[in-house]
Design a protein around this ligand. Structure first.
Ligand code: ADP
Ligand code: ASP
Ligand code: MG
Length: 405
């Protein structure tokens, strides 16, 4: 029997009524005669709320105010997904469907030991396979795993997508369906750019570029995993009704061949909010690199010339940024500078550095930028946070609607 992995994001399981809707969809898939593994996110804004609670607790003392150890954050945040998994399993039982829920570690998701932003190293889904053979629907708590030290880890914000894709690969699933509040991937975030266009197909390479530039619709690690393991992703809206073959009215498919299906390459605008630019003497790069590794921080880009090095860090997966900043300043020396309050805006496409027209049009559209980087697949600029939304709209008008550059 074919295995289908379905992932439902936070807005899809925000309350019991929505969990009931998901249970109906899972029941429907089960009736089509496929084995179903469901990955769930935490309900609504639960992860943000738990983080705020941690912050409150961390401000009650005077030694390390506002600093929560990442290990304890993982213990706390991983509970969010567990609530959803148990509630969905209970809702399925009430529909007469035999279901069982598993945490990330019970599902055999093994990670490195980088707390808050762990990488999956291996998936050993034996318990899931056993339960599928028994005819059960398996519900998995997304966004979490267990390190080789047997510690609970989380996979970075938006990490339930990664759980779904990694499980789809390990189980040899027929497809990986990612359900959220949008019916696929658009040429920009439709919440920011009202005339963003729906993209029926995007090839992995471009989707990965979008995800790495900060597009929230799919997690970057998930796309990287899909690309490596050749798992076709179907990005869909939870509220859409599926036809008898389980296909919705509209979706985005991402695979190796997706560009051929859409017959042309895709252009998209991406915004990433909240980054800090770190500048230090280039002679300090080895120490800075060690510090980044120890702190578990990823950088957006790096440039070194004329004795100075500069790189940007996205703050989304750095809950202890104050501590990180102090460690980076120690590594970079007294001449280290931090420019906070930045955002990154990008155009993703093909051949963006062929000729100079695209780069010129980009530079004009993001005037006031701090830094600009160009590669054939992506043009990015660091801009003040408050100009991010407007920059995305301007770039969309210039690069997608009027696509002559
Ligand atoms: P979930 O909680 O289901 O994982 P997310 O909030 O993580 O959902 O992702 C869905 C959101 O991603 C959408 O509501 C949309 O605002 C945002 N988004 C950002 N960029 C894009 C894009 N290019 N296409 C579609 N949605 C996007
Ligand atoms: N609940 C986690 C988050 O909010 C993971 C996810 O939603 O994918 O980041
Ligand atoms: Mg998400």
């Amino acid at each position: 029997m074919a295995i289908v992995v379905q992932k439902y994001g936070g807005s899809s399981v925000a309350d019991v009524a929505r969990i009931a809707q998901v249970a109906d969809k899972v029941a429907h898939a089960r009736r089509r005669g496929v084995q179903v593994v469901v990955v769930v996110s935490a309900m609504g804004k639960t992860t943000d709320n738990l983080l705020a609670l941690a912050n409150d607790a961390a401000r009650t003392g005077v030694e390390h105010p506002g600093e929560s150890p990442r290990r304890e954050l993982d213990m706390l945040l991983s509970t969010g997904e567990r609530v959803s998994m148990a509630l969905l399993s209970i809702a399925l039982h009430s529909r007469g469907i035999d279901a069982i829920s598993f945490t990330g570690s019970q599902s055999g998701i093994l990670t490195n030991d980088r707390h808050f932003d762990a990488r999956i190293i291996e998936v050993r889904p034996h318990r899931i396979e056993d339960e599928l053979h028994r005819g059960r629907v398996v519900i998995v708590a997304g966004y979490q795993g267990m390190s080789y030290r047997r510690e609970i880890t989380t996979l970075g914000r938006g990490g339930s997508d990664t759980t779904a894709v990694a499980l789809a690969a390990a189980l040899g699933a027929e497809s990986c369906e990612i359900y959220s509040d949008v019916d696929g991937v658009y040429s920009a975030d439709p919440r920011v750019v009202p005339d963003a266009r729906h993209l029926p197909a995007v090839r992995y390479e471009q989707l990965q570029e979008m995800a790495e530039a900060g597009a929230k619709v799919l997690n970057a690690q998930a796309v990287e995993w899909a690309r490596r393991q050749k798992i076709t992703i179907h990005a869909r809206r939870t509220g859409d009704v599926l036809d008898a073959h389980g296909v919705p009215p509209r979706e985005t498919i991402s695979s190796d061949f997706a560009a051929i299906a859409s017959e042309r390459s895709v252009r998209a605008i991406v915004g990433l909010d909240n980054a800090t630019l770190v500048e230090a003497p280039s002679a300090r790069l080895p120490q800075l690199s060690d510090a980044l590794e120890t702190l578990g921080l990823s950088i957006l880009d790096l440039e070194a010339r004329d004795g100075r090095a500069a790189f940007a860090v996205a703050l989304l997966n750095a809950p202890d940024w104050n501590r990180c900043q102090a460690a980076l300043t120690a590594a970079g020396g007294p001449d280290t500078r931090m420019h906070a309050g930045l955002a990154m805006v990008s155009v993703v496409g093909d051949g963006l550095t062929t000729g100079g027209a695209s780069v010129g049009a980009f530079a004009r559209a993001v005037e006031g930028f701090h830094r600009l980087t160009a590669s054939p697949l992506r043009l990015s600029a660091l801009v003040p946070r408050e100009t991010l939304a407007e920059a995305q709209r301007r770039l969309h008008a210039r690069f997608v609607v009027d696509a002559h550059v």
